[in-house]
Design a protein around this ligand. Structure first.
Ligand code: PRP
Length: 210
């Protein structure tokens, strides 16, 4: 299945680390380290096309042209699992603001249930990077993007580790303006709306809950 406006990031480190994440025998500590390494590569790629402004800089030897990023950035993790991708973006953009959207997926209906939101000022102007390692049915991401658009967000990107075709399809239909960056497009969803082969529940494996 071909998807427009989806960037699949491929890298040997991602292939190795996705295997660590998928492996049911991986410890919580190894899981955290692997997700953080992939997050750095995803963040690097998600920030590739940011606009720059130039200015004069004096080096110890002479003058040159310097650059700074000419775009406010807001990172919005979908709680809880989205927190695992947030720090990588903040390492590159230390002055990014961070909004939080709390939602969990109801185990019966598979629909997202919202429990928290806190979005800083500046959402209208910022490049808003919504992060969640798992895009399954796409319900959580769809809700998060709709909520942010209602708040006035105009420049949105969605960053995920593993995406199901069903979730990508839903986001493309509902949010064709939102560019998606992901490190894997898996096969399908199972009857419990878990990604196959996936890695299980990212939040539980990252935080040690069951
Ligand atoms: C998981 C995952 C996404 C959502 C994906 O969260 O982190 O937020 O489900 O599913 P969807 O695309 O079908 O909406 P979960 O409900 O497990 O909450 P958690 O992050 O607190 O573990």
């Amino acid at each position: 299945m071909a998807f427009d406006d989806v960037t699949l990031i491929e890298h040997p480190v991602i292939s190795r680390d996705l295997t660590i994440l998928r492996d049911v025998n991986t410890s919580m500590a190894e899981f955290r380290q692997a997700i953080k390494r992939i997050a750095i590569i995803l963040a690097y790629n998600a920030l590739k096309e940011l606009p720059l402004r130039s200015f004069d800089v004096e080096t110890p030897i002479g003058q040159t042209t310097g650059y700074d990023i000419d775009q406010e950035i807001m990172v919005v993790p979908i709680l809880r699992a989205g927190l695992s991708l947030t720090d990588a973006l903040l390492q590159f953009i230390p002055d990014a603001t961070v909004g939080h959207l709390g939602m969990y997926r109801d185990e019966e209906t598979h629909e997202p249930v919202d429990y928290y939101s806190n979005i800083p000022e500046g959402v209208k102007e910022a490049m808003v990077l919504v992060v969640d390692p798992m895009l399954a049915t796409g319900g959580s991401a769809d809700d998060a993007l709709s909520f942010l658009k209602k708040k006035g967000a105009q420049h949105l990107r969605f960053i995920s580790l593993i995406s199901a075709p069903e979730g990508l399809k839903r986001l493309q239909e509902k949010h064709p303006d939102v560019h998606i960056i992901t490190s894997a497009i898996d096969e399908k969803l199972n009857d419990d709306a878990f990604i196959v082969p996936g890695l299980g529940d990212a939040g539980d494996r990252y935080f040690g809950t069951t």
